[in-house]
Ligand binder design. Structure first.
Ligand code: HEC
Length: 109
């Protein structure tokens, strides 16, 4: 079993704080050089600044979420936290980045 499969199969059995600590210990940057230009823009301009204020960008980057529904829910929750200061447009751009990134990197498409 690879480390990645193991992390997935453990998801059901470990507590939320333990899961989150695992996301946090992973990479906090993505090599977006092969991504579409607009996706690179969303990453650099919005994701990198807005999603690394309270925790590092490692948290979303290593979290298992992939679908639009999952990310919409997470981003809405983050945007509602005190100090998040995110406009609707910024939240949308971040959502599009995270969906694209999940396809490219997490699913290897
Ligand atoms: C104002 C502080 C703040 C900002 C800004 C913020 N987060 Fe969070 N984030 C938190 C806190 C606190 C938690 C743990 C509590 C929770 O999950 O609501 C968390 C947890 C998370 C989790 C784990 C949630 C889970 O249930 O697995 C993800 C993924 C995440 N954040 C993504 C993001 C993304 C993407 C952004 C940018 C849109 C972002 N965060 C911006 C404070 C923040």
């Amino acid at each position: 079993m690879t480390g990645c499969d193991q992390a997935k199969s453990n998801t059901q059995t470990v507590s939320k704080p333990v899961q989150i600590a695992r996301y946090d210990s992973g990479t906090s940057t993505v090599d977006v050089s092969a991504y579409q230009v607009r996706v690179r823009w969303w990453y650099h301009r919005f994701f990198s600044s807005k999603c690394s204020k309270c925790h590092t960008a490692a948290r979303p980057l290593n979290a298992p979420y992939r679908s639009k529904e999952d990310w919409a829910e997470i981003i809405a929750r983050m945007a509602s936290k005190e100090g998040a200061s995110m406009t609707e447009e910024e939240a949308k751009s971040i959502e599009k980045f995270l969906i694209y990134d999940a396809k490219k990197r997490k699913s290897g498409e």
